[in-house]
Design a protein around this ligand. Structure first.
Ligand code: DHB
Length: 512
């Protein structure tokens, strides 16, 4: 039996009736019952969780909150350390107070995940500063603005239990959904927070995860996975999804990358790929790595094949812009979809210009009468720089984070792009598995509840995935009636949570 939870919970006893309960939230089961990974069944009753009062400071203002930490959110965890969550509630809500116009009953629930690189995600506890920043993190800012914060730990591609890999695809989505179900299961017992106003947040692989949670509400494909870990029998749709630079739509991300980067045959790895403890500055500076590596002949060959495959994919989606215009590409990769992508860069640059940035040295922008009117996408690759050799995601030698994400339970990496697999060695992941990792396969379906609101951000010099990928996601959502706020911040590389004031203004605008 694991003692970890009990020890942590007891250490946090507050001694005030409203915050406390006396029984730890698990009990042992009889030997007759066999479970795949754990011998303990966990109770999902929040009434038994124990809170701790804490205080942190934001802009000189004290933020008091109660933390209920490391609560296991499924009955039969595959990995108990990875499948627990923490709940943080502004102290005012325990005495009938209001913050920012919210009450205990109406406060939205902000649900950030800490996933990056498809690795295990850690609980995002409120913090005054982080490794990457001297500013308060999203969880603390959320509390300061009257939101309840619930952050789950999530299984990732390196999570093991007794030597078995238990966190490969689609475990991260299953866990995020299970955490939502835990909250709904306890809707009458939580001291504060509106379980119909859950808002997810994540960056990169965590942005992909946030997009998945927002797009796959109650999808029947996930029922067996949720049942296996003993998730509460509840709905898992959410109200809104905030996605920073989502590394999503993986089986089309390679073609999309070559559509923009084909012909650029040198690449500059990101700082985090070559340096431990890379800083946020490294992440935001695409040319921080000065030494280029040349792509091999085989990489250049597959780059062309992938580029040539992209128009057929775009055309199959029948996307329309906000004016109802159909977005397509001809065989050469030109057309209205390309114009749309250019327009997103124009909007981005014009916004920076209006904020007083000097863009005169940016050679891929086209100005007329002091305004940005067009971009030259042929010059974009040299300016932004290529970060990954082709294929960018599904590597011929199965060496990427994504190949590992699609690996088997004994850690054998697999392909997920049919074109790449045809041109290299190694097995393809199951078609059904590839399908359920991609939000694009759920949006617009009658048997799925998609979040009403999405906010998607992808920096104008983000080279981890091409802008076309979040753009396609945003368009598909918009085309099915979802409210989408999609923007490409100027000068921004692969990063998230950099505009928290705006993020929480957006949350207020959709919740009030
Ligand atoms: C992440 C970044 C990548 O470039 C990638 O391929 C997968 C994940 C990340 O930062 O999460």
């Amino acid at each position: 039996m694991r003692k970890k939870f009990l020890a942590k919970a007891l250490a946090g006893i507050l001694g005030v009736g409203i915050f406390t309960a006396t029984v730890p939230n698990f009990y042992e089961i009889g030997e007759a019952m066999t479970l795949p990974y754990e011998e303990t069944v966990y109770d999902l009753n929040f009434a038994e969780a124990i809170g701790t009062e804490k205080t942190l400071t934001v802009d000189g203002r004290e933020i008091k909150f109660v933390a209920y930490e490391n609560i296991v959110y499924v009955r039969n965890p595959a990995n108990v350390d990875a499948q627990c969550l923490s709940i943080y509630i502004p102290a005012e809500y325990f005495s009938g107070g209001t913050i920012n116009g919210y009450t205990a009953a109406t406060a939205p629930i902000f649900m950030p995940n800490g996933v990056g690189g498809y690795m295990p995600g850690e609980i995002q506890a409120p913090a005054e500063k982080t490794r990457f920043s001297d500013s308060p993190n999203a969880s603390l800012v959320a509390l300061s603005r009257g939101l309840v914060v619930v952050s789950p730990a999530i299984r990732g591609r390196t999570t093991t239990t007794d030597g078995v890999y238990v966190g490969k695809a689609p475990a991260l989505i299953v866990d995020y959904k299970a955490a939502v179900r835990y909250l709904r299961h306890n809707r009458g017992k939580l001291p504060a927070g509106d379980t119909e106003k859950i808002i997810s947040n994540g960056t990169s692989a965590g942005g992909a995860l946030s997009a998945a949670l927002g797009s796959m509400g109650n999808a029947p494909e996930f029922e067996p996975y949720l049942r296996e870990i003993g998730a509460a029998d509840e709905r898992d749709d959410i109200f809104a999804s905030s996605d920073y630079c989502p590394i999503t739509n993986l089986e089309n991300a390679d073609a999309s990358y070559e559509w923009i980067f084909y012909g650029e045959n040198k690449y500059y790895p990101a700082m985090w790929q070559i340096k431990a403890n890379a800083t946020a500055d490294d992440a935001n500076n695409p040319t921080a790595v000065k030494q280029a590596t040349n792509m091999t002949a085989a990489e250049i060959k597959i780059s062309k094949k992938l580029r040539d495959a992209f128009p057929a994919y775009v055309n199959s989606l029948k996307l329309r812009d906000e004016y109802g215009k159909i977005l397509t590409l001809d065989k050469k990769g030109n057309g209205t979809f390309k114009s749309y992508i250019k327009r997103k860069y124009v909007e981005s640059a014009q916004d920076a210009l209006e904020r007083g940035e000097d863009l005169s040295g940016v050679d891929w922008l086209i100005f007329e009468n002091g305004r940005v009117v067009d971009v030259d996408l042929t010059k974009y690759p040299a300016a932004a720089t290529r970060m990954k050799a082709a294929p960018a995601f599904d590597k011929m030698d199965l060496s990427s984070a994504e190949n590992d994400e699609f690996a088997t339970a004994d850690n054998s990496p697999r392909h997920f792009n049919a074109l790449v697999q045809k041109n290299s060695k190694g097995d393809m992941a199951d078609a059904e598995l590839i399908k359920i990792m991609n939000p694009m396969n759920f949006i617009g379906r009658d048997d799925v509840t998609v979040a009403k609101h999405f906010r998607i951000r992808h920096g104008a010099v983000d080279r981890d995935t091409a802008l076309a990928i979040p753009a396609i996601l945003a368009l598909k959502l918009q085309n099915t009636g979802v409210d989408v706020d999609f923007f490409s911040p100027w000068g921004r590389g692969h990063s998230g949570d950099y505009d928290l004031d705006k993020l929480f203004d957006w949350i207020d605008s959709i919740c009030k």
